[in-house]
Design a protein around this ligand. Structure first.
Ligand code: SF4
Ligand code: SF4
Length: 115
């Protein structure tokens, strides 16, 4: 069997964190409402988390607050080294459904310099 010259990277989320940053295509148009929160998501039932981590867009839809580096404020650790979601049990549905190894995962990893 031929040996692959570029083996597939291991999509290990705890050493990544790239999808917890606003992607380049959003940055280009100053779009920051990246991590939308379903009003039924668990985080919305925790007032203390809402106060610290949630902002509303112009249509009053909730989404995760980003810091000055366009990084979700709930992300702890260092991008590409060791990271963790600070609200893992209460993270929004979009975060739960995002698939490691998906097309977007690969794209976001490239954008943030992981791969
Ligand atoms: S970009 Fe992919 S590998 Fe990185 S944290 Fe997100 S899902 Fe995991
Ligand atoms: S809530 Fe957690 S998983 Fe979702 S973007 Fe923020 S740090 Fe990442």
């Amino acid at each position: 069997m031929p040996r692959a010259s570029h083996p597939e990277p291991v999509y290990d989320c705890v050493t990544c964190g790239a999808c917890c940053y606003n992607p380049d295509q959003n940055r280009e148009i100053d779009y920051v409402d990246y991590i939308e929160i379903d009003p039924h998501d668990r985080i919305m039932k925790k007032p203390e988390l809402v106060r610290r981590l949630v902002v509303l867009d112009h249509k009053l839809r909730p989404h995760m607050r980003l810091n000055q580096h366009q990084r979700c404020v709930a992300l702890g650790g260092r991008l590409g080294a060791q990271v963790g979601c600070g609200i893992y049990r209460e993270r929004p549905t979009v975060c739960r459904e995002f698939e490691a190894g998906s097309k977007d995962c690969k794209k976001y990893r490239r954008e943030r310099g992981i791969d």
